[in-house]
Design a protein around this ligand. Structure first.
Ligand code: ADP
Length: 490
């Protein structure tokens, strides 16, 4: 007999379970990733996997069965996945336990990849209850050149309408030009600042691929010849777009090493803008001590895990990550609570301004949501700089702690989206997520001293790097919401 775990108060109706809005029936999901998100979905009570083209379940059925051999309970999703076994998993787990219904449009929730969305969004009709990862033109924020273009535009508009001082709040992204289109403006700027270091990055690549640093224009003219003079090959595609960016030469160092900070942000609507910020994240350290003597050494200058883990002396046990909580504590102890608070307020500003810069451009759709991974770098003056924004941040875990963090974030994404309809909709905090923007800044409740030092709390409802205790908080809000709903009914 099939036994499906259900969320409390979430009964299965005997009627037609496969049609209509989600009522009292299981939630059907599709997922095209084979990593932590699949574990989360498969362990979620009351959720059931449906397969189809471009789903992990389908890929497994086609030859990757039973990756970890999680226990089966009669053809249903088993909650007993790698979390319970405490085994970080980079692969899908529990595949044998899923009763995969084959379905193309018969789903409530789809964690799809960007390629699938691009190929299908314009021709698909989403039903009232369906939720899907990614907004149609997410690349406006996640392509390096477009992100900067949108930020420059809003900065200009702010300066025009509100003055220079207000526009200074946009000074969080390094001077950047798009190549080849802005090559000549870049050369002018280059000549004005002799001797400084620039970083060259392909606009649409990730994981440090294709990046290099340079000091001399000659380095780039050589590169330009190779990249942009495709005359010998008439079939060669148009040259790839790059950004050239001022390199932050004085990063804040801990133990002599450079790091950047990964921050998770969930946007559930662009109009009105509604933004949730996750309390935890991590700092990713480079493996080698920082120095400007060897600008060609990626292990020194690029903090991507994908780069660092290929270093010959990389130690997977030691890893190269700190939890954001650890970083906040370190900055508080080393400098002051106020200094640490300013760092994190600066990150809040980056998040909101960057989202506002595309608010009118992103095609808003109530069916869509986005979970962004922001990359932020601190300089020696503790000023945060926006490096880039990812719409598909890595969900593959590099170790047990990393797995637990990602498992928690993803579960809380589902908790905020609340397909189970367990919340009141008025919550300002759900698990590790705090609502920081709801068509305007969200203020913390009075007496919210969760990240207070010397009795002063933040006034914004933002707690990046503060303690998380998500499970306890979830228990509390679900109990409160249930009680409220009961009172409303009686
Ligand atoms: P990718 O998408 O390939 O990861 P990023 O823009 O995130 O490209 O850059 C990769 C890494 O390079 C960053 O994590 C950071 O360590 C370093 N980096 C990128 N831009 C700068 C910059 N302007 N100044 C200093 N370091 C940078």
């Amino acid at each position: 007999m099939s036994k499906i775990n259900r969320v409390p108060g979430y009964m299965q109706s005997k009627g037609n379970r496969n049609r209509g809005p989600i009522g009292d029936r299981e939630i059907r999901y599709k997922c095209s990733m084979q990593n932590t998100i699949l574990d989360v979905l498969r362990a979620r009570p009351g959720w059931q996997e449906v397969s189809g083209p471009n789903t992990a379940g389908n890929q497994q059925q086609q030859g990757q069965k039973g990756t970890t051999g999680a226990s089966s309970s009669g053809g249903t999703t088993s909650a007993k996945t790698s979390t319970q076994n405490s085994t970080p998993s980079n692969q899908a787990t529990g595949s044998a336990t899923t009763s995969s219904k084959s379905s193309d449009g018969d789903w409530d929730f789809y964690w799809c990849d960007r390629e699938w969305l691009h190929a299908n969004y314009d021709t698909m009709f989403l039903q009232e209850h369906q939720k899907i990862l990614h907004f149609r033109n997410h690349y406006e924020l996640t392509r390096k050149n477009l992100m900067v273009k949108n930020l420059k535009r809003l900065r200009k508009q702010t300066e025009r309408e509100m003055g220079k001082k207000e526009a200074e709040s946009f000074d969080f992204f390094p001077t950047t030009y798009e190549l080849p289109s802005e090559y000549h403006i870049f050369v002018e700027e280059f000549k004005k600042n002799p001797g400084i270091i620039w970083i060259m990055k392909p606009a649409a690549k990730s994981q440090g691929r294709g990046i290099f640093l340079f000091r001399k224009l000659k380095d780039i003219t050589d590169w330009k010849k190779g990249e942009y003079q495709p005359l010998t090959d008439p079939n060669r595609e148009v040259p790839e777009t790059y950004v050239v960016q001022r390199y932050i030469e004085d990063p804040y160092l801990i133990g002599g090493r450079k790091f950047d900070i990964r921050v998770y942000v969930l946007v559930v609507s662009y109009n009105p803008l509604k933004v949730w910020l996750y309390r935890s994240g991590f700092a990713r350290f480079s493996n080698s001590r920082f120095s400007l003597d060897s600008i060609e050494d990626a292990y020194v200058h690029l903090t991507n895990v994908a780069v660092q883990k290929t270093a010959p002396d990389y130690d997977p046990d030691k890893g190269c990550k700190w939890a954001t909580q650890q970083l906040r504590q370190y900055l508080t102890a080393k400098h002051s609570a106020d200094a640490a608070r300013k760092v994190f307020q600066g990150i809040d500003n980056i998040i909101i301004k960057s989202l506002q810069s595309v608010q009118k451009i992103i095609i808003n759709d109530k069916h869509c949501f986005e979970m962004y991974g922001y990359d932020v770098l601190l300089d020696a003056n503790l000023k945060p700089w926006l490096i880039e924004i990812n719409a598909s941040p890595s969900l593959t875990a590099s170790g047990k702690d990393d797995y637990d963090l990602k498992y928690g974030v993803l579960n809380d994404v589902l908790n905020v989206l609340d397909l189970e309809n367990r919340l009141t909709g008025k919550e300002k905090r759900v698990g590790g997520f705090d609502l920081i923007w709801d068509d305007g800044p969200v203020l913390a409740d009075d007496g919210s001293m969760e990240c207070s030092v010397n009795g002063t709390s933040t006034t914004a409802n933002s707690f990046l790097g503060c303690h998380c205790e998500r499970k306890k908080q979830l228990r509390e809000i679900y109990t409160a919401a249930q009680a409220l709903k009961k009172t409303a009914v009686s």
